[in-house]
Design a protein around this ligand. Sequence first.
Ligand SMILES: C[S@@+](CC[C@H](N)C(=O)[O-])C[C@H]1O[C@@H](n2cnc3c(N)ncnc32)[C@H](O)[C@@H]1O
Length: 315
Amino acid sequence: MSNFHTPVMVKECIQLLALKAEGIYVDATTGGGGHSLAMLKAEPGIKLFCFDQDAAAIQEARSVIENGEWRIEFIQANFVRLRTELALRKIKGIDGILFDLGVSSHQLDCTERGFSFDKDAPLDMRMNSSQDYSAYNAVNELDARALGKIFRDFGEENHALRIAKAIEASSKPIKTTRELAKIIESVVGSGTKESLKSKVRIFQALRIHVNGELDCLRQAITDSTNLLNPAGRIVVLSYHSLEDRIIKQAFSLAAQECICPPAIINCVCSHRRQLKVLTKSPLLASEEELAVNVRARSAKLRAAEKLCLKNKERI
Ligand SMILES: C[S@@+](CC[C@H](N)C(=O)[O-])C[C@H]1O[C@@H](n2cnc3c(N)ncnc32)[C@H](O)[C@@H]1O
């Protein structure tokens, strides 16, 4: 198994993608190429577009996959550019797309990327290293109100404003993950489960903010849904409740025939049902997988299928 990243719930993802020979597919987050390779092995005739915004991921995926005889193209780009990048390649529709969200083990383990508070590194957290804005900018340039909102909205942290105020009051610049961790500990204490959770939540919130993760995800789910051919599948692995909520709500909205308020008897909305949800509740990793891959612990897998409806069905 690769040190770069061990892919999660591979068998379940492949089953839900229901790959069609000769179909056109996207791995929106190719990472170390584990899921991409599994897709190609399961159905070697597919055309696969592999996206990742991280140059190191694209390089690793290339080395893992490219020596096969596959129809594959690597695209180093944020998946928010899905529609544009596919249009540039004259692709109008796809038969399936996989999202395996968040960071890879490689990104977490790579000290200098600054994703992890238990390694001392420059405050960075950019998935795309050519982006200008990093965690350093956020921590040193935002005021306590803005930082507190980020910690609350993207970390669901109870001590959000107090931690933000401690950051604002500390001497600048704050340069490293350890310095930031110490400031968090000055508010929540150290050595307890709760203080550990606070650090996890604050670092997660900064990462989400720096990479604009949730806005990109919302846009990419909408674009993918529109791009799917009839009977095409969208399959998403998420790792925290904020991501999972976005997927659940997006699927549920796209599965509704009408979004008129209940008081309206004859439908006036132009909303059209696009998806059939395939996973009523999210699938979780099996006990066997959890025993060998701790990362699978928080994984939630949801999938939906594009409907073939042409005109809006009146109810
Ligand atoms: C959990 S890893 C994927 C692992 C992969 N499925 C495998 O089998 O190795 C998530 C990957 O998605 C990438 N990523 C996260 N958000 C992205 C986005 N908005 N656009 C493109 N890539 C993204 C990260 O850089 C990371 O490499």
